[in-house]
Design a protein around this ligand. Sequence first.
Ligand code: BEZ
Ligand code: FE
Length: 286
Amino acid sequence: MTFSPEAITQAAIDSFAAADNPRLKTIMQSLVKHLHAFAQETNLTEAEWMAGIQFLTATGHKCDDVRQEFILLSDTLGLSMLLVALHDGAQQGATEATVLGPFHTPDAPVLNNGADMTNGAPGEPLYVTGRVVSPDGKAVAHAMVDVWQADAEGLYDVQRGELHNERRARGLIQADKEGQFAFWTVLPEAYPVPTDGPVGQMLVNTGRHPWRPAHIHFMVKAEGYQPLITHIFREGDKYLNSDVVFGVRPSLVGKFQSHASGSAPDGREMKNSYWTLDYSFALQAG
Ligand code: BEZ
Ligand code: FE
């Protein structure tokens, strides 16, 4: 028997040879191959691996019903976005997807098309309009548009304990038969991902900032089409080129336009300045 590093790696790969589930076998053998290559490439010491184990243990301890530190780790290592990009398969003309993030809730208030979802969220008023279409530009009638975002202080409603689960800057709207939808909300601002856990410490230790550029999340669903999970980012945000979770795609940067007081496009009289955004979503056939 030989104990060369290569022999150890081969023995560990071969140990999965009899696995019944072929996909599990492929994943475990590849995991061992790349994990061993990583240790070889970095000449990883036992002390360093022990520090890694302690980091992973702390990551697990930080998780509870509402906090998922492992997903945050996957996000900040770019793995979540890599999987989105690998499986998005964006058909020509279809809107690109990006990460879901941890702040979607299944209970967004159902609102009328054109309604105001602000509900007290701080921020400058923003009127969003758009259309849901197919990649060749035909209307997708009655699509469901699920929207959620951070407010001007960079917080989601679910991060504000004082709201006791009240929803704000979040809503579910059904587009009309032409695929058109509209709503009022507040202008989103950039915000940091949660930094009070081991992932935040990892960002500090490696000289990385924790910020995401300002964005609005959308989940768009319609019968006969693949669900689309994406964001629209604010043009000009200083973090567009360094999103901590690598979620920005140039096609997802929207033009948020500033307006002086006066009549908004839906006729609302605005005493102060406000913003508009128009962005259309093209769904892939499902
Ligand atoms: C978000 O945009 O909500 C988000 C995405 C990934 C990690 C943390 C937050
Ligand atoms: Fe977000």
